[in-house]
Design a protein around this ligand. Structure first.
Ligand code: FAD
Length: 479
């Protein structure tokens, strides 16, 4: 490859793909031999993020900027509307090409379409690539040409299908003769919403591509074999903990898939289950692309009109957000999320079922709270998860399947290791440091202390279940 510094540069617009390996847009730009200008734009989609995802993005951007510097490149940061910022950069740098990797949520699909059309009209070479998924949603169709609505059928359709993006080496990035001006990341204040919590969540958070690659290797070598058996036990570090890295694109799903598939071929007993979980992520993105309303409206139209309580100020909802429902497994999960930025998958299902069924609060309230608190927040997986549990989503768990937190606790946390890790009340000096750190992370205005008594259940589990089923029967009988 010859490097020609007299050629106009290529702008690579980075979004949720903060990595150097397996990055088709960066790879293709570098292959051209022309100077490459990686850019991140803090636009309205970034500003609309919840506190924890925004904080995590700041960490990811800082780390990615450092990786680029090590690779002899630089991350240019700009604030504003993406179309306007790209226009200005094209003018300032003389770039004739803009590359990026595609996203599949409705806002960014609309943004991409507009920007691509606009750039193309003005003679700028706009190229977008696949990279965030294994199979692009528009490629996967049923035998009749429709879209899949059931996970198992979708999974069968893609299981043996060659994946679209390949694993790619780190690109050789040529610097332009002069770099455009960049904002300072700290001036964007992305971590501002995590006032007290940021320092605590940081203790539980690994950031960046190298951490993600190490985590994947460590998981495949040490924990994949036990994954199928242990992944439902919340006190066990049995899962990959890759979700936030995948959400920010610090690792490619193509790499996770390819290496896990190799493990499947060598007979690793956990590989099949892990691959199937990666396909749940894939299915979520697929569903959102085909049903852009999934994050805002019930996915199943027959669920319009079901009565959920939508009052964010309802004391029951507030107790749920604060981990003070008096149901130990639910409270432990809500506190795990507040302290670490993530929550175990089984516990996510349990707290979601409790909110939407025992408390009959709207799934959107829970979805919004997760969007505020999860560092792995992903619009598609979050929406699918909530609608699946609430009963109104595609291929959903039926509404009458009400998770019983007590039975779940006996089954998956029989010795109480998880609840003892996350609840401090009545445990005195034996309270775990993570359980105590919850009280340092929460806003002072919540006025909670580990010395206070643990609350009695705000709703009896038996009564909550009966009332949920009665509401369901009532609604069905009126249809
Ligand atoms: P592992 O068990 O190691 O799985 C590997 C990867 O597969 C995960 O990192 C994730 O990318 C994917 N995956 C696994 N399970 C699921 C699933 N059920 N749905 C979609 N993808 C899955 N996941 C998010 O990444 N972001 C969210 O905002 C999110 N919100 C959720 C909300 C609810 C109500 C529920 C029930 C689930 C939600 N999930 C979400 C899915 C799941 O809980 C997390 O992906 C998982 O707990 C992450 O831990 P891990 O990386 O150790 O997963």
């Amino acid at each position: 490859m010859s490097i020609d510094m007299t050629q106009p540069p290529i702008i690579v617009w980075m979004r949720r793909d903060l990595r150097l390996h397996d990055h088709t847009a960066l790879f293709e730009a570098s292959r051209s031999g022309r100077p490459v200008i990686p850019v991140f734009i803090c636009d309205e989609t970034v500003q609309a993020l919840g506190a924890a995802p925004k904080w995590r993005l700041e960490q990811g951007l800082s780390c990615f900027a450092h990786s680029l510097e090590e690779a002899g490149s630089r991350l240019t940061l700009r604030l504003g509307n993406a179309a306007i910022v790209l226009d200005r950069l094209i003018e300032e740098t003389g770039a004739t090409d803009v590359y990026w990797q595609r996203a599949y949520d409705p806002e960014r699909v609309a943004q991409d379409t507009r920007i691509k059309a606009d750039l193309t009209t003005r003679g700028i070479h706009a190229r977008s690539f696949s990279g965030a998924v294994l199979h692009e949603p528009m490629q996967i169709k049923t035998g009749q040409g429709g879209d899949y609505k059931v996970y198992s059928a979708f999974r069968r359709a893609v299981w043996q299908r060659p994946i679209v993006p390949a694993m790619l080496a780190k690109p050789d990035l040529t610097a332009p003769e002069t770099w455009p001006d960049s904002d300072r990341l700290a001036d964007w204040g992305l971590g501002r919403g995590m006032k007290r919590g940021g320092a605590i969540v940081a203790q539980h958070t690994l950031v960046g591509e190298k951490a993600a690659l190490d985590r994947l290797s460590e998981f495949l070598e040490s924990r994949l074999a036990g994954y199928a058996g242990d992944r439902d036990v919340p006190a066990q570090p049995a899962t990959s903990r890759l979700s936030a890295h995948l959400t920010l694109g610090e690792i490619s799903v193509a790499r996770c898939w390819t290496l896990a598939w190799q493990a499947l071929e060598t007979g690793n007993p956990g590989a099949e289950t892990f691959l199937k979980e990666l396909l749940w992520r894939e299915f979520a993105g697929y569903l959102l692309w085909h049903s852009p309303h999934m994050g805002t409206e019930v996915w199943r139209p027959d669920w319009q009109g079901f009565h959920w309580n939508e009052d964010r100020h309802d004391p029951k909802f507030i107790a749920w957000t604060q981990g003070r429902t008096g149901v130990e497994l639910v409270d432990a999960g809500m506190r795990e999320m507040y302290v670490t930025g993530v929550m175990h998958n089984r516990v996510r299902m349990i707290v979601a079922s409790y909110l939407t069924k025992h408390l009959r609060m709207h799934w959107r309230l829970g979805q919004d709270w997760f969007a505020e608190c999860l560092t792995d927040w992903d619009v598609a997986s979050n929406a699918m998860g909530w609608q699946w549990v609430a009963g109104c989503g595609p291929d959903a768990s039926p509404y009458f399947r009400v998770f019983n937190p007590q039975t779940q606790q006996v089954k998956f946390d029989g010795k109480g290791a998880y609840i003892n890790h996350w609840l401090a009340e009545h445990r005195g000096t034996s309270a775990h440091k993570d359980a105590l750190s919850y009280f340092e992370a929460i806003p002072e205005s919540w006025n909670l202390s580990p010395e206070a008594a643990y609350p009695a259940p705000i709703v009896s589990l038996a009564e909550g279940r009966t009332a949920a089923l009665a509401a369901y029967d009532d609604w069905k009988s009126q249809k």
